[in-house]
Design a protein around this ligand. Structure first.
Ligand SMILES: [Fe+2]
Ligand SMILES: [Zn+2]
Length: 400
């Protein structure tokens, strides 16, 4: 107990206004509501939300259960719930980690590192072989993707048979309706990724409710002329829209826009699909932080909104796309064979410059990992290396 950090060391506890007040050795103080404490009792009888084996039921609890402080130690407290004759023990570290005063809540908000075209001079880059052989490097890669929304990868295989090596360092592969798809120049085109014209920056699959989280591109054979990848930080664009046109920003966080996709069988390994999803194109969380963007103007269906919102919505969309397409937000990467990109498809927009079709054809392998699988891998590896959970919440993307 001697080596308990000051921030986890309880100095004193008291009751005030029916709440529990805790003073910590580092000078911080916290307040906890009785209902919050009672609900999170994790004695064998009450159980724990971590595995969802819980005996406790909210409707059996008082709105403000009465308690007395039975034991107070540096590293734990025990409360007695007087009406129920129930005892709950709370570890000091747990209390501090879940303390919900405003400064503590702020600390748990992850601040993404926004970027513009100048990031080209210090491009986040990781080496696949190093990530495979070192957990610390792999954790650094996951952190980079979460902070910047992407990282470039070098030293990846050019052999399609080894494609799983790159995806495996990110997380469990998503089973897409496309299967593992190789983007190339095809005769019958029903996927714009297969066209040789330039592609404006966009988010993939805005027609899906559970859209792609992390996209992994792996260049097996680049084109000799053109075909460079472009990336834009959708969060930086949203920040600019919010600063310049706050009303437009607010509108786009509210109005639902439908993305649609009908996939014929030849495109999706025999699976005919008809997807539609109707969601705002900018998502902010309870704290007002942008957690996802969903911008693909090629996939916008007719707006279904009140009459008076049609023109304001178009004007907001135009302004947002104008910002998103600004050259000073965009980077262009000429990826070579054996290089790849890992990026957050719910934050970044990606595109491609035009290329000249040739034989053998340009070949880029694309696969994906659901956001929550990426998060799961990140949480587990962080805990494995640091012995502690991540000190902040991971960004939730487009899902509410
Ligand atoms: Fe795409
Ligand atoms: Zn209990």
């Amino acid at each position: 107990m001697a080596d308990l950090p000051k921030s986890f060391c309880i100095e004193s506890v008291s009751k005030s206004d029916s709440c529990l007040s805790v003073s910590w050795a580092d000078g911080h103080s916290s307040r906890f509501h009785p209902i919050w404490l009672r609900h999170q009792c994790n004695c064998p009888q009450c159980g724990t939300p971590v595995n969802a084996v819980r005996g406790i039921r909210l409707h059996h609890l008082e709105e403000s259960p009465t308690f007395s402080i039975e034991t107070q130690q540096q590293d734990h407290i025990i409360l007695h719930w007087t009406d129920e004759h129930h005892h709950s023990r709370y570890e000091s570290k747990w209390l501090r980690q879940y303390c919900y005063d405003e400064p503590s809540r702020q600390q748990r908000r992850h601040q993404p590192l926004l970027w513009d075209a100048s990031i080209i001079d210090h491009l986040p880059t990781m080496d696949l072989v190093e990530c495979e052989s070192s957990d610390a490097q792999r954790l650094e890669m996951l952190k980079t993707v979460h902070d910047y929304g992407f990282c470039k990868v070098s030293n990846a295989p050019t052999d399609a048979k080894q494609a799983t090596r790159l995806i495996n360092i990110v997380g469990q592969q998503r089973q897409s309706h496309y299967g593992t798809y190789t983007l190339s120049n095809k005769e019958a085109v029903d996927n714009v990724g297969d066209i040789s014209d330039a592609l404006d920056p966009h988010v993939d699959e805005t027609y899906r409710l559970s859209t792609i989280g992390i996209t992994v591109f792996q260049v097996l054979r680049p084109s000799q002329k053109g075909g460079e990848s472009t990336l834009v930080d959708g969060f930086e664009a949203a920040r600019q829209l919010r600063e310049l046109f706050p009303d437009d920003f607010n509108l786009l966080t509210r109005v639902p826009i439908t993305g649609c996709r009908r996939d014929p069988a030849q495109n999706s390994a025999g699976n005919v699909k008809w997807y539609e999803s109707t969601l705002p194109i900018i998502r902010v969380d309870f704290d007002g932080i942008v957690t996802g963007v969903r911008c693909n103007e090629r996939q916008i269906m007719p707006l279904d909104l009140p009459f008076d919102l049609i023109e304001p919505t178009y004007s907001a969309l135009k302004r947002f796309y104008q910002i998103l397409y600004q050259p000073n937000l965009q980077i262009t990467l000429a990826l070579k064979a054996g290089e790849g990109l890992i990026f957050d498809n719910q934050r970044l927009l990606h595109g491609r410059t035009a290329f000249t079709p040739e034989t053998p054809a340009r070949s880029v392998l694309t696969s994906s990992v659901d956001l929550e699988e990426f998060h799961s891998a990140y949480r587990l590896l962080h805990e494995q290396i640091h012995g502690e959970p991540l000190p902040f919440r991971l960004r939730q993307g487009m899902m509410a």
